[in-house]
Design a binder for this molecule. Sequence first.
Ligand code: FES
Length: 121
Amino acid sequence: MGNSVTIRKNQFKESADTVTFDILLQGEKKQGFLVWFEGVFKAYLNQCRHMEVGLDWQPNDFFDEDKKFIICSTHGALYSPKSGLCVAGPCKGQNLIKLSISERNEDIVIFIDEEGCLEDG
Ligand code: FES
């Protein structure tokens, strides 16, 4: 059984904005985040690929100083906001876990199901 989360696009004010949301994944409560970067929306699980910890410095604070990369607050891994690929740090070459999204007029709908809406890479 799947579930979805809907987020209004107008919550994003500028490039490198993020919005977090809670999801139920295989019976476990997890957090995801939707990022808007250079006109593109992407959703990921809020979990580093080095260790199973959240990425954000403070709630919903995911970006490095230059607002170019998502940065892990634990050991500083840098991830591309558009692809989720780790480009530097201990998990270089691995990808954030993506969540499937769909744009519907003024909304972004994020789909979570038990089977395959999570992609690795
Ligand atoms: S836990 Fe994220 S870089 Fe180590």
